[in-house]
Design a protein. Structure first.
Length: 471
């Protein structure tokens, strides 16, 4: 197949917790080609870590494939907020820690004393391991390697450096529940300053800014032209959020879903953020506050459903019997309190246990829908709700959530690559003058007027009561 002679495209390196993706898109955000593999951590080093060399090899190999069919004008990376690399030059001095790595008890104890206050970083210390804690562990356990480090790069900016760009920081990644950025005073956090780690943060650049051109070695390996722009990358969920902003939908309530479910709602007063209820503050690519909720619903869904598979029709048919029996999954099935203080690792099932694959999946659907509804209530959502990411393909979840929010319209994104496409739209965003048209939504129909609709709201209230007051 010969290379397309149409306008240049952008390649997006999407570094997720569960999967790696390379997507080719047009500059106005339409997907053209996607490749994906599982992201498997390595246990060979000093702690659970990302296989940076393996990731880079796969991305370069896949770029070599897509350049045979597309003229790539720019490359950008996007990644979650709890990954970063200590580097000297353009080489890591330590492996990039996986946030599921288990830190030593003494590190936990020290960090509990020195972690920044919530009103500085708007994020507690539970859940995914914060970058501040990772730095403490690395400095304490590996002082020689730590001393060699000259720069600390978030994941997306690390790959920009490796491809040929300059070292840079970016606000949506710095502020993404990292504990390394003071979101109120717009500076490195007190922890970073007290420990002297702020010296490692390079100059900030805007997401989508050109950090350089592809290096000669990368061009030779991949077939990319030396003129290919290397762009400053972005936090994954903030990339997804930007897609709606670029489409003129900035005020929409967004549920960005995957391993984590993140609710975004602009306009909520910061006084309403509650660290005990999974509430955090994100900063978008333009430096604007976006109050959010952050819970591990995707991971919990998998733990509850136990890999049982059933059709949407079968799951929907199973919901009435589950609700009639009072079968509920109560939080939390992971080591994070999520929406309910003290819930970590207390996840359990009450009522008769599911028997069929459809019932197991239906139980997970109810848990996810109730969690999402609680998030939207906490954020004061009163407008249009859009479900984006993995749960957008889950029709029973979407219909259950729409039923629980009768005063709001609920839609699902028709793209399963919202994060990568949002990152793609950062290319040439500073010269874009009109909203993009590449966000395609489908309205969700609530459940019918029958018994299931009535009992769903009652079950939600029972779920809240049991979750707030566990026996």
């Amino acid at each position: 197949m010969t290379r397309s002679e149409t306008s240049p495209r952008i390649a997006v390196l999407d570094i997720g917790k569960t999967n790696l993706k390379l997507l080719v898109a047009s500059e106005d955000g339409w997907p053209l080609e996607t490749h994906s593999i599982p992201n498997v951590p390595t246990t060979a080093g000093p702690y659970l870590a990302y296989d940076l060399a393996g990731l880079e090899e796969w991305f370069l190999d896949t770029l070599a494939v897509v350049t045979q069919r597309h003229t790539i004008g720019a490359v950008i990376a996007t990644a979650h907020g709890c990954g970063a690399v200590l580097v000297e030059g353009d080489e890591p001095v330590l492996p990039m820690m996986d946030y599921d790595a288990v830190s030593p008890p003494e590190i936990d104890q020290i960090y509990a004393r020195i972690a920044p206050a919530y009103d500085e970083v708007f994020c507690g210390i539970s859940g995914a391991m914060r970058l501040g804690k990772q730095l403490l562990w690395q400095e304490s356990a590996y002082p020689a390697e730590f001393a060699r480090a000259k720069t600390y790069l978030m994941t997306a900016q690390y790959f920009a450096l490796r491809l040929g760009g300059r070292a840079a920081s970016e606000i949506s990644q710095l502020a993404a529940q990292s504990h390394i950025w003071d979101l109120f005073h717009h500076q490195p956090s007190s922890l970073m300053r007290k420990r002297g780690w702020n010296r490692l943060l390079p100059e900030r650049a805007s997401a989508g800014a050109v950090l350089g051109r592809v290096s000669e070695a990368v061009a030779k390996r991949t077939g990319l032209a030396r003129s290919t722009e290397i762009l400053c990358g972005v936090h994954d969920s903030n990339a997804n959020l930007f897609r709606y902003k670029a489409a003129g939908m900035a005020d929409t309530s967004i549920l960005s879903t995957g391993t984590w479910m993140i609710g975004f709602q602009r306009g909520l007063a910061l006084d309403n953020l509650d660290t005990t209820r999974g509430m955090v503050l994100n900063i978008d690519v333009d430096g604007e506050n976006v109050p959010s909720t952050l819970i591990a619903t995707g991971r919990e869904y998998d733990l509850i459903s136990r890999d049982h598979d059933a059709s949407d029709a079968a799951v929907l048919a199973a919901l009435p019997s589950l609700l009639a029996l009072g079968t509920l999954a109560l939080p939390s099935f992971v080591g994070d309190d999520g929406l309910f203080p003290g819930a970590a690792h207390r996840g359990r099932i009450i009522g008769p246990r599911p028997e069929t694959p459809a019932e197991w999946q239906g139980l997970a659907v109810l848990y996810a829908a109730f969690s999402a509804n609680r998030c939207l209530d906490a954020l004061g959502s009163s407008k249009h709700v859009v479900i984006d990411g993995g749960f957008a393909a889950n029709l029973p979840f979407a219909r259950a959530l729409a039923t629980l929010r009768p005063s709001q319209s609920v839609s699902v994104s028709q793209s399963r690559d919202g994060t990568a496409l949002g990152a793609a739209l950062l290319w040439r965003r500073f010269s874009r003058t009109i909203p993009v048209s590449s966000v395609v939504l489908e309205a969700v129909t609530p459940l019918g007027e029958g018994e299931c609709k009535r009992t769903l709201s009652a079950a939600y209230q029972s779920w809240i009561s049991f979750s707030e007051h566990p026996s």
